[in-house]
Design a protein around this ligand. Structure first.
Ligand SMILES: Cc1ncc(COP(=O)(O)O)c(C=O)c1O
Length: 389
């Protein structure tokens, strides 16, 4: 399943047995249980549809979870990134430096904010942007740097903080894949001037639809972001606007689902880490398969995806598909080689060789919090067969 195919919500437990029998193993499997359905219904019946009580509570709880003073909900992760950039003062004429090895929304948000994306190549070890590479790619127009915690693996944020401070630029975390990840004992989302999360259904937590969140400790950024999400209002008057804003708010029923998902997030992330450990045990020393690098002591990944690297990616993918095992490629085309980026900015092959090589070799194996040990073992057995046959 690729990024924007729609993941279906979790199957009732008895379907897991059926899935094992028929060996259909999905790449991801978002949860929507009775408690969440009832909370959504409750919000629909008793609150304003948009920005009701559940939205305010969800924002408070999310900020507390990340260890930030503020959290502002938005209509999507892309909108969160765009609005956060604008709230940090990024505008036309500025550039923002990021990685080409991410989902395209990362850099689309920079263009939506009126600025120009600049790229530095991904690190071949952990596939993230390093502060060193970022520094090499900066220009005099760089106003902000945007590292992405790809696949739920934290970037080395102390190094980015040092770089941003030394260069006098803003730091914004694309944490759209990293809900609950930690670095040096602190939650991801609390390192940058702002950080952004997505609740798209494939993420480690969702709101039962699209949604996003901006976290920040900066009162001015929070105030600007709040206004931009809500048509430009500044909270004083319904029809007196202080900014050219957007309609990018969260629905109350989605926030009600998000509040329950947030309570479950740590348990789900623990389950993801256990599944990742099992994948490692089952696939270590398998020919032609490179496992994702282990966490350093200061990092705690939340395995939004478990991504192996292999020169026979397409062969393994199709063999697994024929056994009913769904895999993904995140991402088959690095951002700079997407058609609009070639057209607008003139990028071509060879500009960022590591990202281009990764795009040919990465393969995401099935991983979700309710995945059974037997399912992981079946996937690994099929991978081993595909490599040897
Ligand atoms: C790294 C990254 N950035 C940004 C986004 C955009 O989030 P959304 O789909 O909620 O707009 C996503 C997810 O889709 C993502 O994975």
């Amino acid at each position: 399943m690729e990024q924007h195919d729609r993941p279906k919500t979790t199957a009732p437990l008895n379907q897991t047995a059926q899935m094992l029998q028929t060996r259909r193993i999905p790449l991801m499997n978002p949860v929507l249980d009775q408690e969440m359905i009832e909370a959504a219904l409750q919000a629909l019946q008793n609150e304003k549809f948009v920005m009701g009580e559940s939205v305010h509570k969800f924002e408070e709880e999310f900020a507390r979870y990340c260890g930030t003073r503020y959290a502002i909900s938005t209509g999507s992760g892309t909108a969160a990134l765009q609005i956060a950039l604008q709230s940090l003062g990024v505008a036309q004429g500025d550039s923002v430096l990021t990685t080409p090895f991410s989902f395209i929304a990362t850099s689309n948000s920079i263009i939506h904010a009126g600025a120009t994306p600049e790229f530095s190549d991904a690190d071949p070890t952990d596939f993230n942007l390093s502060a060193h590479a970022a520094e090499m790619g900066m220009t005099e127009r760089t106003k902000a740097i945007m590292p992405v915690h790809l696949y739920g693996r934290p970037c080395r944020m102390d190094e980015f903080q040092e770089l941003a401070q030394r260069k006098g630029v803003r730091l914004i975390e694309d944490a759209c894949q990293a809900h609950g990840a930690e670095y040096m004992g602190k939650r991801i989302g609390s390192f940058g001037d702002a950080a952004c999360f997505s609740f798209y259904p494939s993420k480690n937590m969702t709101v039962g639809g699209d949604g996003g969140m901006i976290t920040t400790n900066d009162e001015h950024v929070a105030e600007a972001a709040r206004g931009l999400t809500d048509c430009g209002r500044d909270g004083k008057s319904k029809y007196e606007m202080s900014r050219i804003g957007y309609t990018s708010r969260l629905n109350s029923s989605n926030a009600a689902i998000g509040r329950i998902q947030l309570k479950r997030l740590d348990g789900w992330n623990l389950a993801r880490r256990r599944i990742a450990a099992l994948y490692r045990r089952e696939l270590e020393n398998v020919d032609k398969i490179e496992l994702p690098v282990e966490d350093k002591p200061e990092s705690r990944s939340v395995y939004h995806l478990f991504v192996i690297r292999t020169p026979i990616r397409d062969l393994i993918k199709s063999k697994l598909a024929s056994s009913g095992i769904e895999t993904g490629v995140h991402y088959p085309i690095p951002i700079h080689l997407q058609a609009p980026y070639r057209r607008i900015y003139g990028y071509s092959e060879g500009a960022f060789p590591t990202s281009e090589l990764l795009a040919r070799e990465v393969l995401s194996l099935p991983l979700h919090a309710n995945m059974k040990e037997e399912e992981v073992k079946i996937v690994c057995e099929r991978v081993r067969e595909a490599v040897t046959n």
